[in-house]
Design a protein around this ligand. Structure first.
Ligand code: SAH
Length: 226
């Protein structure tokens, strides 16, 4: 994997591409300035292999290691917007992947706890986030279980497709909290849940259209090594 260990450059060329990306996102008229400002600060190309550099600021999902994908910028903006988070809130992210969404959440001033199930990806991304000085706490673990030791969370964001809303994660969401989760099989529906109390009838669930994430799987993957 050709992550840029030494050349962490954010050149004028990349900055220019990024401003173009932000301009296009702004033209869609659905994302708030807080989210756009955060995304304008995160060098997405550094979360990709060097060979994909020139595509980093197109509105595309792209391959990362371990057969996974980095979400497309408009999806990252959309999930971040739906979270409706305020600085200093405690956020649980399931599916660290490349770490790009994690970095955007950090740039929004949130305290981020992120879980990844694939050891190889976890190792690469944890190091990258440290190098880029994003202060997320990264965990190798099963997102279905969440992080009960750090609960409750103000916000929970899931960046893989869940067959259903995991009860353990609902339990770890504060009353008054919001969860954003793609729910479904091969295709999912972007779903936003507001938790107004502890009973199932206290959940306000809204749907925001079709989306297409890699699946949320339920076993840890320690990589290909024997
Ligand atoms: N936000 C990431 C998305 C990566 S793809 C990015 O933009 O790069 C989704 C990630 O979820 C993958 O890395 C996959 O390994 C991870 N994942 C799938 N099921 C999981 C689970 N149960 N717990 C934690 N991570 C999981």
């Amino acid at each position: 994997m050709l992550h840029k260990d030494l050349e962490m450059d954010d050149t004028f060329k990349h900055q220019g591409w990024r401003q173009q990306m932000i301009k296009k996102l702004r033209e869609k008229g659905v994302f708030g300035e807080d989210v756009l400002r955060a995304m304008s600060q995160v060098p997405r190309h550094l979360f990709l292999e060097t060979a994909l550099d020139y595509m980093a600021y197109e509105d595309k999902a792209l391959p990362i290691s371990c057969g996974q994908t980095i979400s497309q910028p408009s999806t990252v903006a959309f999930q971040s917007e739906l979270l409706d988070a305020k600085p200093d809130m405690k956020v649980l992210e399931v599916g660290t992947g490349s770490g790009y969404q994690t970095a955007v959440l950090c740039s929004m001033g949130l305290r981020v706890f992120s879980i990844e199930r694939q050891k190889d990806l976890f190792d690469i991304t944890k190091d990258l986030l440290i190098k880029l000085q994003y202060r997320a706490k990264c965990f190798l673990g099963d997102g279905y279980a969440g992080l009960p030791q750090y609960a409750p969370f103000d916000r929970i964001i899931i960046t893989c497709g869940a067959p259903e809303i995991p009860q353990a994660l609902l339990d770890q969401l504060k009353v008054g909290g919001v969860m954003v989760i793609p729910v479904g099989g091969t295709h999912q529906e972007m779903t936003r849940i507001e938790k107004h109390g502890d009973k199932p009838t206290d959940l306000v669930i809204q749907h925001y259209g079709d989306c297409n994430f890699v699946p949320m799987l339920n076993k840890l993957d320690y990589g290909a090594k024997p």
